[in-house]
Ligand binder design. Structure first.
Ligand SMILES: [Zn+2]
Ligand SMILES: [Zn+2]
Length: 351
């Protein structure tokens, strides 16, 4: 069956596991892209997205068996925009995020809103934070519904609690799942147009000093293996081409997010059918005789929640679920394992 909307053949698509929004030592990260690729290889990732501040986007390439997307993060004080595949020459004095997002689109790139609702921590940089401020703009194609670094930092309210958390339960903040405010705005915007939900690690691996003791926080191996974005794309081994395929998958929403540390998100599937029409995540299906079938498959048994136009309509235990739906709208899937948020699909649109 061919997907009528995006013109790709599902049989040729490969499931690719990647980590987006990584900073290297070319901006304020601590490792080189090559060192990060080695660690990503050990974590069994397929691709990584390097988004150094104010970098110029470059062609994708393979290193250490990992496809490296050379993106950028364009930012003012607030409203940070991740971009891939754009030809912008970043200016030292950035415009507002909405202006940047428009420039990214106009230069052929894809713009993703980074850490839209981060709140900051009193322990880090005097509580400074960089949320997205201008929601009037429609010039973005993706939104980080889950930013690991923001989530961890936002949870740090006191030195003692944070130190204890870091030493004994360092993954604990991630058990909260994606950002509820980002999910709410994503659901709202997707009722007007498609926007892809992605996860970002925002890896920097900073070294901080507390009471004279040095800590290397949120290291690369930790976040590369925690929360990832999976894409369905056709890859050939040619870096430039494969990078373009992954960026196309990100643009179309052929992807899902998984808290891999809890359990790998490999093997997740969510599709829709109606008569001869078929769609995967990010696609659209028109109902036949007022109905469409949604098919959900988790990598292992868990709790499946189907969300229609932002509202949960089905919540039940299992590994697979086929169900017919009669109402038009935006349908996405969330899955939990033992009550902990695990997988977030991108939506399918039913007409
Ligand atoms: Zn940022
Ligand atoms: Zn960043």
């Amino acid at each position: 069956m061919a997907n009528t909307e995006h013109g790709y053949s599902p049989a040729k698509l490969r499931e690719l596991r990647g980590n987006l929004h990584i900073h290297s030592n070319r901006s304020d990260g601590t490792l080189s892209p090559s060192e990060i690729a080695s660690l990503a290889n050990r974590c069994k990732l397929d691709f990584i997205g390097i988004n150094d501040h104010f970098a110029v986007c470059g062609p994708s390439y393979y290193e250490k068996g990992i496809l490296i997307l050379q993106g950028t993060e364009l930012n003012k004080d607030h409203s940070h925009c991740l971009a891939y595949n754009c030809s912008l020459a970043p200016k030292p004095k950035q415009e507002d995020g909405a202006v940047v997002a428009e420039q990214v689109i106009n230069s052929g790139g894809i713009g993703i809103i980074a850490h839209p609702f981060e709140t900051g921590s009193p322990l880090v940089s005097g509580g400074r934070c960089y949320p997205w401020l201008n929601w009037e703009t429609a010039d973005y194609q993706g939104i980080e519904i889950w930013n690991q670094t923001s989530q961890w930092r936002d949870s740090a309210r006191s030195y003692w609690r944070s130190l204890r958390q870091w030493l004994f339960r360092r993954y604990r903040p991630f058990a909260q799942g994606a950002c509820p405010k980002a999910l709410a705005i994503w659901d709202k915007v997707c009722r007007q147009r498609h926007v892809t939900g992605v996860a970002g690690s925002d890896l920097h691996a900073p070294i901080i000093k507390v009471w004279g003791i040095k800590f290397k926080l949120l290291q690369y191996p930790m976040l590369l293996a925690a929360v990832n974005t999976y894409c369905l794309a056709e890859v050939t081994g040619d870096g430039k081409r494969d990078g373009a395929e992954i960026i196309a998958a990100l643009r179309q929403g052929r992807c899902w997010i998984a808290y891999d540390r809890l359990s790998l998100g490999r093997g997740f599937s969510y599709t829709a059918e109606a008569g001869e029409n078929w769609a995967g995540m990010g696609g659209t299906v028109s109902r036949t005789r007022g109905k469409a079938w949604l098919r959900i498959k988790l990598p292992r048994p868990g709790e499946i929640c189907l969300i229609h136009n932002g509202n949960p309509v089905i919540r039940e235990k299992g590994q697979t679920r086929d169900l017919s739906v009669g109402a038009a709208g935006v349908y996405r899937v969330e899955a939990r394992l033992k009550g902990i948020p695990w997988i977030y699909s991108n939506p399918i649109y039913i007409n």
